[in-house]
Design a protein around this ligand. Structure first.
Ligand SMILES: NC(=O)c1ccc[n+]([C@@H]2O[C@H](COP(=O)([O-])OP(=O)(O)OC[C@H]3O[C@@H](n4cnc5c(N)ncnc54)[C@H](OP(=O)(O)O)[C@@H]3O)[C@@H](O)[C@H]2O)c1
Length: 392
């Protein structure tokens, strides 16, 4: 056989020798490896200067294990917005309802929930004062709070008083604004009145108790038994274990049949009816949630329908009252986005009360982003006394 030889090449007249085939395949393979490794290295080098943000997503309704942590490009603040590097984010019961797929205000899934954060401003958008750069703030977020970076309208942030940690800052907005609206703005609670607060050991319950005691009112609280000692220490005069006792009967006993001036009820369903019957003359019932629709860890149509069917539809329309923030009376902080100036005034007052030692957020537990599922279990297992937080 004749070979035509050139450096590194060996042909016969009509075909390439199999050994040369193998040689060129190896060369091609090595080139491919070098190119792809180079491309990867280049991507890594380019990404070193570019920060990506971490967000906790709910891809579809499900149990606490459904969360996914995803990395996406850092957001840029639009006109009128600031960007916050989040140091702590609040978890609210609405996030649990959202995860279950029974929260009517939730945007379509996949979605990032979260109504409040605290952190430091690191960038401002056009039209926003540069004086806000590096400010330590707390903020209301209209979803998206389960992130290590958020962009929010400057009207939704408030500077934290000196010495207030990010954890305390993230524990204030939703719980205390809701409590303030319930107790002070709409509930009109006064010194000498009696308040009945359900889920008294939760974030809103503790906030409402602190505000009511400051006004000189007496507080009756319903909560699971293990929270009673803590609540009595906080200043609650009577604790009712509503899962063992009939709270309506107990309230009538405690008040000698008079009833109470204000009830705060976020349990919903038949609890609204019983709470309504606990009212004294001129008494007000504040409805602001339906925790009783979240008795399972996945969406359970039966418990939702049962709760819906037991609502006092004939007396009034609780859903409409809650969503319209109108008297007799419903509260939904998540529907006050067009009333931010008023909400800012309430927040301002709350921060003054914080400086006076009246507002003292109780932090039940802080979870890392990776532990977000455990955080939801913790709340649904009724373990929390106070606020549950996430830390990036
Ligand atoms: N409308 C608004 O603007 C607004 C704003 C904030 C909160 N909320 C509502 O207020 C309620 C309390 O919120 P929060 O942030 O204070 O809650 P939280 O701190 O997470 O407290 C949850 C507590 O609620 C009690 N609970 C009652 N029914 C429950 C159920 N089916 N599953 C699990 N726990 C149940 C449990 O305490 P016990 O076992 O001791 O009773 C639990 O520890 C929620 O319904 C929430 O949606 C409404």
């Amino acid at each position: 056989m004749h070979y035509l030889s050139a450096p590194g090449l060996a042909f016969n007249r009509c075909c390439i020798h199999p050994i040369d085939w193998a040689f060129w395949l190896v060369v091609l393979w090595l080139c491919w490896i070098m190119l792809s490794t180079g491309a990867k290295a280049l991507t890594i080098i380019l990404k070193i200067g570019e920060k990506v943000m971490q967000q906790i997503w709910i891809p579809k309704p499900g149990p606490p294990e459904v969360f996914e942590i995803r990395e996406v490009a850092d957001p840029e603040p639009a006109a009128g917005e600031v960007r916050i590097r989040v140091e702590a984010a609040g978890i609210n019961f609405a996030d649990i309802m959202g995860r279950l797929g029974v929260y009517q205000d939730l945007p379509p899934m996949p979605v990032v929930v979260g109504y409040e954060v605290a952190g430091r401003v690191d960038q401002v958008g056009p039209d926003v004062s540069e004086a806000l750069l590096d400010a330590d703030v707390l903020a209301l977020t209209r979803f998206g709070g389960y992130s290590d970076t958020v962009c929010v309208p400057a009207g939704q942030i408030m500077q934290r008083p000196g010495g207030m940690s990010a954890e305390v800052g993230a524990a204030i907005p939703v719980n205390y604004l809701t409590a303030f609206q319930l107790v002070r703005v709409m509930g009109g609670l006064r010194s000498g009145d009696t308040l009945l607060v359900h889920s008294a050991g939760g974030g809103v319950g503790i906030a409402a108790t602190q505000l009511a005691l400051h006004l000189g009112a007496q507080v009756i609280g319903t909560a699971s038994q293990r929270k009673h000692a803590f609540l009595m220490q906080l200043g609650v005069t009577h604790c009712i274990d509503y899962r063992q006792e009939d709270f309506e009967q107990r309230v009538q006993q405690i008040t000698n049949g008079k009833g109470v001036e204000l009830v705060l009820d976020a349990v919903g369903g038949s609890s609204y009816k019983k709470s309504y019957r606990c009212l004294a003359a001129t008494g007000r019932l504040g409805m602001f949630g339906v925790s009783s629709a979240a008795t399972h860890k996945t969406k359970n149509r039966w418990s939702y329908l049962k709760m819906a069917a037991s609502m006092p539809w004939l007396q009034f329309n609780p859903v409409s009252l809650i969503n319209h923030n109108r008297g007799v009376f419903g509260v939904n902080l998540g529907r006050l986005w067009n009333e931010m100036e008023r909400v800012q005034c309430w927040l301002d007052e709350l921060l003054k009360l914080y400086s006076q030692g009246v507002v003292q957020p109780v932090i039940a537990k802080t979870f890392s982003f990776a532990e977000v599922g455990s955080a939801h279990h913790y709340i649904q297992d009724r373990q929390n006394i106070g606020k549950v937080l996430l830390k990036p």
